[in-house]
Each structure stands twice: as C-alpha cells, then as structure tokens.
Design a protein around this ligand. Structure first.
Ligand SMILES: C[S@@+](CC[C@H](N)C(=O)[O-])C[C@H]1O[C@@H](n2cnc3c(N)ncnc32)[C@H](O)[C@@H]1O
Length: 404
C-alpha cells in the first residue's frame, strides 16, 4: 500500500515534466557545477540499454568531435568544475587523443577537480588505460554486466573473458585508477545461479566499487527481464551477504557496494548543483531550466549553423523534492530531511511508524521499498529523445530534423 502510493506520487510528479523543442536559454556555469560528456557511439547496440547511441563510424565521429568542441567553445563556463564524467554510449570508441582533445578544450576554460570515464571491457586495452591515466583520469567504470557468454550473447553485447577483466582491473589499480564495475541482475537468460556466479567472480577481483543494477525496462526497450522486481531485489540482498560479510565491502546505496568511502556516481550532484552536459542527448540544468540536447544529426547541424536548439523544461520544485527524497532512499539513510516539504516529511514519519526506517536508516523492508522506488524513478524519468510523450511540440522537432 505505502509502496504503491509513493510510486504513483513520484511517477506523476515526473510525468508532469513537459519539454519544448526550442532555442535553449543561454547556458552559464560558474560556482559549483559538474560536467557530463555524452559519447553517443557503440560497436553494437545492447538490447537492454536505453541510453541514446548510434553505431560507431569514423564519419560520424569526425562530425561529433567538431560539434562538441564548438559546443564547449560556445558555452560560458568559468571557475572550477567539481567533476567531469564521460558516459555513453561507449566513450572508449573514441581514441584517447580524441578524449584528450575534449578534456583540453574544457581545461582551457575551467579547472577540473576529478575525472571519470565509463568503459566497455571488450574494447579496452592496457595502452588505453595508461593513456587515460596520463590525461589525468582518476576514476573508471567498467561495464561487465555479466560473465556469462550465454547471457551477453543474447543481448548483442560484445563479450570478453573473466581473465581480461581481471587483468584490466589489476593494471588500472596499479596505475592508481579507482575502479567501479557495473553488474546487472535480471538480464534475459540470466537465472539466479548465473547471477550468483557473476557476483562470486567479480568479488575475487575486488574492484573499489561494485554497482548491481536490476534490469530496468525503460521506455522503448524490447528485452524482457528474466526475473521480477522483488526477485531481483532478493538476489541483490544475497550479493550483499557475499560482498559485505565476506569481502569487506560496505553497502553505500541500495545497489552500490564499495571498499572505502569514495564513490563513482555521475548523477549525485545533478539535483543540488548546476550540471553542464555536452554532446547529443546530454542533460544540463542551470538557472530555472532543464535542457536536453537533440540527437546527433540535429546536434551537429545546430552547431554547424551556430544555433542551439534543444528540449527545454522549467525546473519544478515538486519533482526536484521527490528526486531528493528518492536519492536519500537510495543512500539508505534519511538523516538530512530538513529541506524537504511537509508532505514528504509526513510520508517519512509514516515510514518510521510502519518499520521501514529505524534510527534514520532503512530496514530490510525499507531497502525493498528503496529498490522499488529507485526503479520507478529511473523508469519514469522523462527522456525527450526516446520519449515523444514528454515533448509538447515533438512534431516540430521531427520537421526540423527532416529539414536537415
Ligand atoms: C550508460 S550505460 C553503458 C556504458 C557502456 N556503453 C557500456 O556498455 O559499458 C552504464 C551502465 O548502465 C547500466 N544499464 C544500462 N541499461 C540498463 C537497464 N536497462 N537497466 C539497468 N541498468 C542499465 C549498465 O550496467 C551499464 O554499464
């Protein structure tokens, strides 16, 4: 009852976000902000992945690089960025000299405090890791997802071996890079035993952080999860037993386990601070606005013509408050609720009364609640590129796209 009520309240707060395709408000970033770079290329399209991507080609890469350097030049960013993350798509479809070029262009405007990048292991080499280190990266996130060929083959993902992953992580750690590994539960063909083996294997390598994502069916996806939401949660709880009791990890979030206090988390600050996104489909927030860039073809044309058309929505306090609350649930502790509105505080009081929260920490049933709420939040996030329903003038976007 509590779970279904809160899920529907959150869903409706996000579903109210309506974007308009228009000339974007002038982006200005100073003070505290983070930078996200979207690299929209993959070698193959994994059936489970909802993020915006195109199949890699040298021609598209050339267009992308010219456009993103221009986008950086045309954006008013000053001061010190708290962090810079490259995500995708697959950032390591770019050569390290391309990545270096983007980083240098940003460094010509701002200082960067820390840098991280998502990497596809099948395409990763020792040389690439050494070059990332030389550019100044301090954190990497490797998308292993599963060690089972049977599971990965079914998703269309490029596969790699346990030995290759192990050797990459050992090298990365010896270079002083901090390593997160993404694993998934509930992928097609991935039964409970396959997942248990995946966790046992990754635990033998001991990356600094392990994130276990339940397979979320985000709009537009055709793949079907192999297990329902609650079973995925129970398997993550089993992984907790292995990782925290036997391997020394701490539970840092409902899906996050880490060996120390540091975390790889590219979306943490998006709620509280300005967030500058570069690249097609990248998300930014500044002033009173949320802005999302268009797909690659429109993005490239925009920058060639000196225009900045994108999807724009006003920030709303209600959806930001619900996201802050969802973030606290994800972190499994509710010790800083002072800034939340009274209707969410009342809700938290109810959660305490019914045993979901004890001494500001989520209990076992509280963790199941956090798992379900986080899935709902992610599954209902309005992504304008993939979801025409959240763009009030999507037809104008399509006409603009076709006019190219
Ligand atoms: C931006 S994605 C992909 C990064 C990179 N292209 C790769 O494949 O390794 C980052 C992570 O999101 C997770 N992810 C992708 N699709 C998901 C889905 N439908 N549900 C849950 N997690 C997902 C995966 O664990 C993936 O490593």
């Amino acid at each position: 009852m509590i779970i279904s009520k809160s899920k529907s309240m959150m869903q409706s707060s996000f579903e109210k976000t309506l974007y308009r395709f228009m000339e974007i408000p002038k982006p200005i970033f100073s003070g505290d902000f983070g930078i996200y770079i979207h690299v929209p290329f993959c070698l193959s399209k994994c059936s489970f992945c909802p993020f915006y991507k195109e199949l890699f080609s040298q021609k598209l890469k050339k267009q992308y690089l010219a456009a993103i350097l221009k986008e950086i030049d045309d954006t008013d960013i000053q001061g010190k960025a708290k962090w810079l993350y490259f995500g995708g798509g697959t950032p390591n479809t770019l050569a390290t000299k391309d990545i270096h070029g983007i980083v240098e262009r940003i460094r010509s405007k701002v200082e960067i405090n820390s840098m991280g990048v998502e990497l596809l292991p099948a395409l990763l080499t020792d040389e690439y890791l050494k070059e990332l280190k030389a550019i100044g990266f301090t954190k990497i996130s490797i998308g292993v997802e599963s060690f089972s060929d049977e599971v990965l083959n079914k998703t269309g993902r490029k596969i790699t071996t346990y030995d290759h992953v192990r050797q990459l992580i050992e090298l990365a750690k010896s270079l002083g890079l901090w390593v997160n590994v993404d694993m998934m539960v509930g992928l097609p063909n991935q039964d409970a035993n396959a997942f248990r083996q995946d966790i046992t294997k990754i635990a033998t390598i001991l990356p600094d952080q392990i994130t276990v994502y339940p397979f979320m069916v985000i709009r537009g996806l055709k793949a079907i999860p192999s297990s329902p939401c609650q079973e995925q949660f129970e398997l993550i709880e089993e992984a907790d037993e292995v990782l925290t009791r036997r391997c020394g990890y701490g539970r840092k979030g409902v899906w996050t386990f880490a060996l120390g206090d540091d975390l790889y988390d590219s979306s943490r600050d998006e709620l509280i601070e300005d967030y500058a996104g570069f690249g097609p489909s990248a998300f930014s927030t500044y002033g009173d606005w949320k802005v999302v860039n268009p797909e690659l073809d429109v993005y490239v044309r925009n920058l060639e013509n000196g225009r900045r058309m994108g999807f724009v929505a006003p920030k709303t306090k209600a959806s930001d408050d619900w996201r802050k609350f969802a973030r606290m649930l994800y972190d499994l502790k509710l010790d800083d609720t002072g800034s939340l509105p009274s209707y969410i505080k009342l809700f938290i009081w109810l959660l305490k009364l019914t045993g979901y929260i004890r001494q500001e920490m989520l209990t076992g049933k509280g963790r199941l609640f956090a798992h379900e709420i986080t899935k709902t939040v992610v599954e209902s996030l309005p992504f304008p590129v993939q979801n025409p329903g959240c763009v009030e003038n999507y037809d104008e976007y399509i006409s603009y796209k076709r006019a190219g």
